[in-house]
Design a protein around this ligand. Structure first.
Ligand code: NAD
Length: 381
């Protein structure tokens, strides 16, 4: 069991900073959650303006009982636990105390240098992206909550770009047929996209390499596309693995066929720690109807469409291709609220009697604590 001592033996101090990553509007803790954490005996200090991108003004944090700190140096120098959306930048690490803790999306496998630096400074690193996929961890899982926000946003982005209605409309000017939406990858984001597109009245079909999702797709009122593949790409961790070349050919054939009749295609396919699979080639885009739209939610991992430009909206072969790299961040209020509630649940799990007690025998704690006491606990890189 590891025990993080609070500075000076007073209430454990949480710090919330303004995210520095370009275009990031989310904040890791919102006033509602801060109020509950303070009621549990913690102290919370917030960098001035930290919530402004998500429309949470400093005065709301003050009303919740937090102190507003204009100086990052003072904030991080006094903090026991820094809670962030993204990994800390070097200037933030420099200001943190040895023995303190950082909680955020650290992606240790992609950031071995960062993990080494945190370990060397004896900062305990808690990676929110390393949460196990268990029912207990679900309420703390920011990847799921942010995928929910991204799936929702993808449909809104697509609807805005599509020069058509989504629902069927019966008007004096005649009947307009519903839009057809194809969702590739039916994990958390894909299922949310299906649900939203259905609510807007579209006819939806979806494909995933994990056969287990057929029922979930159908329960949302969409059609499951059977590509005729015999292997199931599901893994015990509920992630997908790469499928065989033969299956890939079958999938490509069915996607080509469906795309030619699709108005909106939303892609969400990811493989853990790998480049996202390319499911839509340039040739397939050429076969799509002019004016149709692709929203590629895997843009930040290389994209599911060969023509996606991460962070941009482009028109190629008459098709609008949108590659949001932070779709969840575009729904900053609710994405922050969900992130914050997830972190609160995790802190509730890690904190006992007002101090952070890391029970490294606990599966959940062990999965997301990457450095502790100067040691790197996970294989990274
Ligand atoms: P993800 O973001 O890793 O991937 C998105 C989807 O893309 C997955 O459904 C995957 O099967 C699919 N995919 C991968 N390669 C593909 C390809 N070539 N063609 C088509 N689809 C492809 O997945 P996710 O959204 O994080 O969730 C996956 C599953 O894990 C879901 O069933 C979800 O409910 C479950 N999950 C459980 C927990 C938990 O229990 N705590 C947490 C998160 C997710």
């Amino acid at each position: 069991m590891g025990l993080e001592e609070t500075q000076g033996g007073n209430a454990m101090k949480l710090a919330v900073v303004k995210e520095v990553k370009a275009d990031e509007r989310r904040v890791a803790l919102v006033p509602e959650t801060v109020g509950r954490l303070i009621a549990k005996g913690l102290a919370v200090a917030v960098e001035a303006g930290a919530g402004s991108g998500a429309w949470f003004p400093d005065r709301d944090y003050q009303q919740a009982g937090a102190t507003i700190e204009p100086s990052l140096e003072a904030l991080l120098g006094a903090a026991d636990v820094l809670v962030k959306i993204h990994a800390p930048e070097q200037h933030e690490i420099d200001l943190m105390r040895p023995g303190s803790v950082v909680v955020g999306l650290l992606y240790p496998r992609f950031n071995p240098d960062l993990i080494r630096r945190l370990g060397e400074k004896r900062i305990t690193a808690v990676a929110l992206d390393s949460m196990p996929r268990t029912s207990m961890a679900q309420v703390m899982d920011v990847l799921s909550s942010q995928s929910t926000a991204a799936g929702y946003r993808a449909v809104i982005l697509a609807a805005r770009a599509l020069p058509k209605f989504l629902p069927m409309l019966m008007t004096p000017a005649g009947t307009i047929g519903p839009a057809r939406v194809l969702v590739l990858g039916a994990g958390v984001a894909g299922l949310q996209a299906i649900s939203m597109a259905r609510r807007l009245g579209a006819v939806v079909e979806a494909f995933d390499v994990r056969g287990a999702v057929k029922e979930e797709i159908e329960s949302l009122g969409a059609r499951f596309i059977d590509a005729g593949i015999t292997e199931d790409a599901g893994t015990s961790g509920s992630y997908a693995r790469e499928v065989s070349a033969e299956s890939q050919q079958k999938i490509a054939a069915i996607i080509t066929d469906r795309l030619s009749r699709t108005d909106i295609c939303i892609t969400t396919a990811r493989l853990p720690g790998r480049r996202a699979p390319v499911l839509i080639t340039a040739e397939m885009v050429r076969g799509m109807r002019p004016g149709s739209v692709i929203v590629d939610l895997a843009a930040d991992q290389g994209g599911n469409c060969a023509l996606t430009e991460p962070g941009a909206e482009v028109v190629r072969e008459g098709v609008t291709i949108i590659g949001p790299t932070n779709a969840a961040g575009e729904v900053a209020v609710h994405a922050s609220q969900m992130f914050s509630r997830n972190v609160e649940r995790l802190l509730n799990h890690l904190i006992r009697d007002g101090a952070l007690r890391l029970d490294l025998k606990d599966e959940l704690t062990r999965s997301c604590v990457i450095t502790h006491d100067g040691n790197v606990l996970e294989a990274v890189g």
